[in-house]
Write a protein that binds this ligand. Structure first.
Ligand SMILES: C=CC1=C(C)c2cc3[nH]c(cc4nc(cc5[nH]c(cc1n2)c(C)c5CCC(=O)O)C(CCC(=O)O)=C4C)c(C)c3C=C
Ligand SMILES: [Fe+2]
Length: 475
């Protein structure tokens, strides 16, 4: 199984993905090594698709096999053909008429990787988070069949293939567009399937936080699926396929839809902004850091005796999902200076307030620095001060959110905010430690509201011929 290619973080990353896209993180597409049909060295990692290097991108198996035909590698090297329709009778009669996919559509993330896709993959423009509960009468046998179906669908769609016989055609003509589909198990799954002994302690319910205003019907769930893609139709197509695959075995408990900036919208790769206008993701752990894996992933040799995790969680991670409403009407009343004091960073470029005029986003924050009156330049309750690992016993998490906007609520205010998704090897050491502190009140707290919550065990990636969660369900 290939190791998943990790993404470099935004601010410092000169080549974050396609088309000069803004990227919080990881250089797009995946695997070191084998992308088999071509075997070319450039296929394992997405190429620089910046304006100076247009038209290049990873080449999907589907495009090589289905589209290229006579044109073969030459076409692939030029960026590939159109979506899966290109292989169909309607359009394959004349291969030379096939227009190469843009770099955005061509982006392909591998399914069979060490860590499931969608964790270190760069932020995608569209996202769907959906939780399912097993249906009455569904148990372990039905769960096995469901995870098999879901894994095969995810593999196919991520490779730019149709979902199967009854494909909806929603993504027809489009490439995989960096689609990822990620699967997790919630606390309640284990009792439903008779697998309580396999339930990780780390899945114990999150503590109540005093500021929580959680809607239980939009929290937790037996199973969780995260879908991300750089095209809205590709993402929705995957969502429908996953929902259809559930059949009578599971029903949707809740669903949330999110978005990020589109690739290519900024002149050069940048860290993303959230709906408060802040640069958000600057200090995410970087895959190149020596402790990245141990902070974010359960070790490959996981066992109850060593890491405290069951062996089936090897190479997995724990996802905490929070729907966090932003009280935008209140936030937008603040001056920019006041907004900056809430975070402790400049709004324009994310530089720390301690850094002076020449500071940039990556300048180290000086927590002690004061102005002439002796006031801390980064206020004592600033969010970016309080959440730092060095203020929380080393607690770290990989934040990989989507923004959401679900219209205007009954009070006439925007139902908008952050689908906060964070990844860590140990949620108690990561999210819980930091949220306990935030719950006591940082400067941001009065402008946000946690409205729903989930905690999911996300196993390692499936090997070739395997399905996600096989180690749990057949172990
Ligand atoms: C419990 C964990 C966290 C929650 C919940 C949370 C909500 C939240 N954060 C922002 C905006 C920013 N957060 C920033 C940094 C930051 N936030 C957390 C954790 C939570 N945030 C961490 C661990 C960090 C990094 C700390 C560090 O290592 O220095 C920043 C600053 C830029 C950055 O580093 O990303 C912003 C901006 C919002 C809007 C929000 C809820 C809606
Ligand atoms: Fe934050």
């Amino acid at each position: 199984m290939a190791d998943q290619n990790l993404v470099e973080d935004g601010p410092a990353a000169p080549k974050g993905g396609r088309g000069g896209a803004d990227r919080t993180a990881p250089a797009r597409t995946t695997t070191k090594g084998s992308r088999s049909p071509s075997g070319g060295s450039g296929l394992g990692r997405e190429r620089d698709t910046s304006p100076g290097n247009p038209g290049e991108g990873p080449i999907s198996r589907r495009r090589l096999l289905g589209t290229a035909g006579a044109t073969g590698l030459a076409l692939g090297a030029a960026g590939g053909g159109a979506g899966y329709a290109a292989g169909s009778a309607s359009s394959s009669s004349s291969a030379e008429k096939v227009t190469p996919l843009s770099s955005l559509g061509a982006g392909e993330v591998m399914f069979h990787v060490k860590h499931q896709p969608g964790i270190t993959t760069p932020l995608q423009a569209r996202g769907h988070l959906v939780a399912f509960d097993l249906a009455a009468g569904s148990g372990r046998k039905e769960a096995v069949a469901l995870l098999r179906r879901w894994s095969e669908t995810a593999r196919r769609l991520m490779a730019g293939e149709a979902a199967g016989q009854d494909d909806t055609d929603i993504a027809r003509d489009a490439g995989p567009s960096s689609l990822t589909v990620t699967f997790g198990f919630g606390h309640s799954f284990f009792a439903r399937t008779g697998l309580e002994k396999q339930r990780p302690e780390s899945l114990d319910p999150l503590p109540d936080f005093s500021s929580d205003q959680l809607d239980k019907t939009r929290s937790n769930g037996d199973l969780w699926v995260q879908i991300g893609a750089d095209d809205a139709l590709v993402a929705f197509h995957a969502l429908r396929a996953v929902q259809k695959d559930a059949g009578g075995a599971a029903r949707v408990r809740w669903q949330m839809n999110g978005f990020n900036r589109s690739p290519g919208a900024t002149a050069h790769p940048m860290t993303a902004r959230n709906l408060m206008g802040q640069i958000d993701g600057t200090r995410n752990p970087k895959p190149a850091e020596s402790d990245f894996d141990e902070r974010i992933f359960v070790p490959a040799n996981a066992s109850p005796d060593t890491s405290g995790d069951p062996a089936w969680m090897a190479n997995g991670s724990y996802a905490v999902v929070r729907r966090i409403r932003m009280l935008l009407d209140d936030w937008e009343q603040l001056s920019v200076k006041a907004q900056e004091d809430v975070i402790g960073r400049r709004k324009s470029d994310g530089a720390p307030l301690s850094g002076g005029a020449k500071a940039i986003e990556t300048t180290a924050m000086d927590l002690e620095k004061t102005d002439a009156q002796g006031n801390l330049l980064v206020p004592i309750n600033a969010h970016a001060r309080i959440t730092r690992p060095d203020q929380n016993g080393g607690a770290a998490m990989l934040r990989r959110p989507f923004s959401f906007h679900d219209g205007i609520d009954a009070k006439g205010v925007p139902d908008a905010g952050l689908l906060f998704v964070c990844w860590q090897a140990d949620p108690l050491r990561g999210f819980v430690t930091v949220q306990r502190k935030l719950d006591r009140g940082d400067a941001l707290s009065k402008f946000i509201r946690h409205e729903s919550s989930g905690l999911f065990a996300v196993p390692g990636g499936a090997g070739e011929g395997e399905y996600v969660g096989q180690g749990l369900l057949e172990g």
